[in-house]
Design a binder for this molecule. Sequence first.
Ligand SMILES: [Zn+2]
Length: 401
Amino acid sequence: MVYQQITRALPAFLMSSVLGCASSAAVDSSGAGDVVSSTLPPSVAPASELDWRKLPAPDHTLAHFRPGEVGDYCFDRAAQPYTAVVDSHFHPKPFGGPAMDAQHLWETFDRLGVRFINYFGIGQVLQLDANCAYYLDCPGVSATPSIKNDFVNGLELAAHDPDKVHITLSMTFIDLAQAENAVEMIQLYDREFPGMFSWSGELNIMKQALLGNNAEPATIESIDTWAPFMAVFRERGIPVTLHSDLGNNANPTEFLHLMDYVLERYPDNKIVWAHMGLSKELTTMSPAQHVRLMGERLDAYPNLYLDISWDVIYNSYHRWGEIFVPFFNAYSTRILPGTDFVAADYKTWEDYARELEVTSRALRVLEDDAFRNIALGQNYFELMEIPYEAPALCSVDEPSR
Ligand SMILES: [Zn+2]
């Protein structure tokens, strides 16, 4: 896939529907780049009118994703929500302090049609005695990778196996700057939770936002020491989600060499690059340069995937739909959706519904194939090698990839 092929302009109505902004308090409402709504065809609502409360109720269950179990079902994009059925980046426990109730979360997923969820721990649990729920609120409080969240998630799932959603447990304990004992710890997980953890991450290579909490970024030297645990992941087909900031507004590619080294060193590992390398520190990078860098790496490394989670990304880049949407269509087999929601107990299910809607906005204007691959989970199922399949779309004769 060459970059030039994907930079063709979108029809004006697609651009405007991606470019617009919601009025929700959590979402940027600068209005930058908005196209006047009079240019929209009547069937496409402008983004300024989008609201999770207006979404239709989903008509599917988990069974609709198991081939052959429910006959004659097709997913009708016109009548169903455009929000993703997969949340590949979800944190059920906060950085510290109490979490949302597990049963309530599962009911929330079911109600919103989110059927497949990755349960990420927090790769940077705050010192317990600080009782702090968000790291940026507590500068100086140390944040270190830990087994704590993973174990709680494992126990919760084992005790109350939900039947309406599919949860994937993830190992988040690995400290990428000090990874020497990682394989030993995986063996501990194998003993305590046999066969239950089939993902890893998100693990932090370089997360600038955490530097105020004494987090130690990975280095070229420490990346070399990952070899034993990366070999275990390779053998087991375990994907690893890596948070690796591309850079910052002063130097947009300051840390790109770290991810490049990981890709070069471990090309046979399934690697998911969280947030496409974007962050709160990098909000002004040229979107054309960004998708070019991503496209080059997707072309060079067939086991690389991108996660498009986090409303921060939407807030910074929604106005560049004419660049990002064609990129997502062109690389639709390599993109995973997610919210990056952190389920602290002061949040409500409505907060999750809002973040799901905002982080799914690009999905509603994708081409049909891309929508099925990304939003309906086909990429996720193939990456995970689990016996599920995205349903066919009602308007399409045969699903094609
Ligand atoms: Zn995250």
